[in-house]
Design a protein around this ligand. Structure first.
Ligand code: PGA
Length: 251
């Protein structure tokens, strides 16, 4: 059975002290969500050790927002998957559209990052999603299908158990414009079919597929009610503990 997950991507927001307060606020309310829902928070690198301490005796999982494409060595400014594991991360987000767009993340780089994350015992939240122009030209299925095949198809079915896919249409991220539940369900079903065609039905059925892009308490219920939407990757609304918890209460 696949997991229901609500993950908060804090992006480059909060100071360490603010991040610790936010994590405390989430931990304080984690009992208010249903047992079958996993909460994940992804603070900036600088906050991981302090937030790990807050999450220590709670069911909330710690995630990074990125990791290096090299295991270790002379790569100034980079943070390795092994370091993330050692600070207490269970997950890392990879392939977020902001990384693809502003930091030149290619499929080739993402293949290396995913391999290192999995080797080091991290689960991966792998982001895919089309830009506005792709959707307006009707290319969104092709874009998402390439993002999946180029990066995930060399993994084994065993490795896929540790991969969560997040569908985040770029035009919906931070814009206040959410995909309709019909648009989101349509592409989530397509993603599951794409996984099934390559890895088989069982792997596809067990893969958690999250929706991301202006997801908030007011629209989470409708989105999460769709059969192929297994939760959300939340940006802006994850920066307030009450909103984040309200989203996780959408089931
Ligand atoms: P948003 O961001 O919820 O602020 O749109 C989602 C994301 O980029 O993960």
């Amino acid at each position: 059975m696949r997991k229901k997950i609500v993950a908060g991507n804090w992006k480059m927001n909060t100071t360490v002290a603010e991040g610790v307060e936010l994590a405390k606020g989430i931990v304080a309310k984690v009992n208010e969500i249903s047992k079958g829902v996993t909460l994940v928070v992804a603070p900036p690198f600088t906050h991981l050790a302090s937030v790990a301490e807050v999450l220590k005796d709670s069911p909330v999982c710690l995630s990074a927002q990125n990791c290096a494409d090299q295991p270790k060595g002379a790569f100034t400014g980079e943070v390795s998957a092994e370091m993330l594991k050692s600070v207490g991360c269970c997950y890392t987000i990879l392939g977020h559209s902001e990384r693809r767009q502003y930091y030149g993340e290619t499929s080739a780089k993402l293949v290396k990052k995913i391999a290192l994350a999995l080797e080091n015992g991290l689960k991966v939240i792998y982001c895919v999603g089309e830009k506005h122009e792709d959707r307006s030209m009707g290319n969104h299925f092709d874009v998402v299908s390439s993002q999946i095949s180029e990066v995930l198809f060399d993994l084994t079915p065993e490795q896929m158990k540790h991969v969560v896919i997040a569908y985040e249409p770029v035009w919906a991220i931070g814009t206040g414009v959410t995909a309709t539940s019909e648009q989101a369900q349509e592409i989530h079903a397509f993603i599951r079919e794409t996984i099934a065609a390559h890895f088989g039905e069982k792997v596809a059925e067990d893969t958690t597929i999250l929706y991301g892009g202006s997801c908030k308490p007011s629209n989470a219920k409708e989105l999460f009610a769709c059969p192929d939407i297994d939760g959300g990757l939340i940006g802006g609304a994850s920066l307030k503990a009450d909103d984040f918890i309200a989203i996780a209460q959408a089931w």
